[in-house]
Design a binder for this molecule. Structure first.
Ligand code: DTR
Length: 350
């Protein structure tokens, strides 16, 4: 009986101690509002070693560092969370908090910003990226109205990579070559048989012979090992492809102000960093393709190049007409693109 009573008393005392400790903790000690860092998912469509994913890892590292560990970003390269064409809608729906998209894969959706894929003559990705970011900031296109845009950037100018040598307009006639968006019209103007598909599908199409080459920036010769199949590069140095990094709007609005500031402060810097990385990487890729893969780089004679360029002249006018008809100030945009191209080329042109 005595033993039972003392056991009961011990129980009560223990409960009291636990309760006191808990009260003490909740009133005297600061309790963090949420346990652990803010977690964000970041989806990307191409494989990890390619430039869109390299820039993603750089952004992740910088944000985690600059927020002092307050934010933790989980990255998903290779289309593991969202694939190329599903990126924008997937971010709007919240499947991923952040996503990186190539605007050329949905050309009718990103009309204003896809103007950077017109044959304007951007010399490199650094200039292209800074111009694109200025374009976005000035025109704030409706296409991005449902997301927070974190940054934008472009590829370096596109060139033809092919299994067969292309040295003149006769050589390119009817050749199945892969390109998307603005670049597609350019291939058509030159007489190629343009085949559209996102970049991650290209290795298989090349392997199976569905296409005989592609039209893109040359870092892919190394990153996708296209140099093993495409032994020829025809230098055209045209059209850049625009990319955007977007965040789910509700997620953005839920972030503390200091975290938002870190991300906003990074936007221009990240555009320039990515352009720079791309430009350097293209040089490495071309050197490797020539040396390790015996790729022939074909420069078109001036007279031949003039013929190719002449065929591109109607494209910009056609785009202006089409965009104006949709209520987008195409004429003003093209004027700005040319102006900004000059401005940044003075500083960063090759
Ligand atoms: N030129 C575009 C975009 C692009 C260029 N390099 C890469 C690497 C990985 C994904 C996309 C791209 C294209 O041809 O799709």
């Amino acid at each position: 009986m005595e033993k039972k009573l003392s056991l009961k008393l011990t129980g009560i005392i223990c409960s009291l101690i636990v309760a006191l400790v808990l009260v003490g903790y909740s009133t005297l000690l600061p309790v963090p509002a949420c346990a652990g860092p803010i977690k964000l998912s970041y989806a990307n469509f191409p494989p990890a070693p390619t430039f869109p994913c390299v820039q993603m890892e750089r952004w992740k590292k910088e944000v985690e560092k600059r927020t002092g560990g307050k934010v933790k970003i989980d990255t998903y390269p290779g289309g593991t969370l969202l694939k190329a064409k599903a990126m924008m809608d997937g971010v709007i729906a919240g499947t991923a908090d952040i996503g990186n998209l190539c605007m050329a894969y949905q050309p009718g959706r990103f009309i204003a910003t896809n103007a950077t894929a017109l044959p304007i003559g951007f010399p490199n990705a650094t200039v292209g990226s800074l111009v694109l970011w200025d374009l976005y900031k000035k025109y704030n296109p409706k296409a991005f109205g449902k997301v927070k845009v974190l940054t934008m950037f472009t590829t370096a100018p596109s060139n033809i990579m092919s299994k067969i040598p292309i040295r003149n307009l006769d050589d390119i006639k009817g050749v199945p070559l892969r390109a998307s968006g603005g670049a597609a019209q350019i291939l058509k103007a030159w007489g190629a048989n343009q085949v559209g598909m996102p970049m991650p599908e290209t290795p298989e199409a090349l392997q199976k012979g569905v296409v005989k080459g592609l039209f893109s920036s040359l870092e892919v010769m190394m990153d996708f090992k296209f140099a093993e199949l495409c032994k020829y590069v025809t230098v055209t140095n045209t059209v850049i492809y625009p990319f955007a990094v977007v965040m789910n709007e509700a997620k953005w609005n839920s972030l503390p102000k200091d975290v938002q500031k870190v991300m906003d402060d990074l936007s221009t810097e990240q555009a320039k960093w990515t352009g720079n990385y791309m430009d350097d990487h293209v040089k490495d890729s071309v050197a490797w393709s020539k040396k390790a893969q015996n790729v022939e780089v074909i420069s078109l004679p001036k007279k031949e190049m003039a013929k190719w360029n002449k065929l591109l002249e109607p494209i910009t006018d056609k785009w202006i007409k089409g965009s104006e008809a949709k209520g987008i100030p195409g004429k003003k945009i093209v004027k700005d693109l040319k102006k900004w191209n000059k401005k940044y080329s003075k500083k960063y042109g090759d």
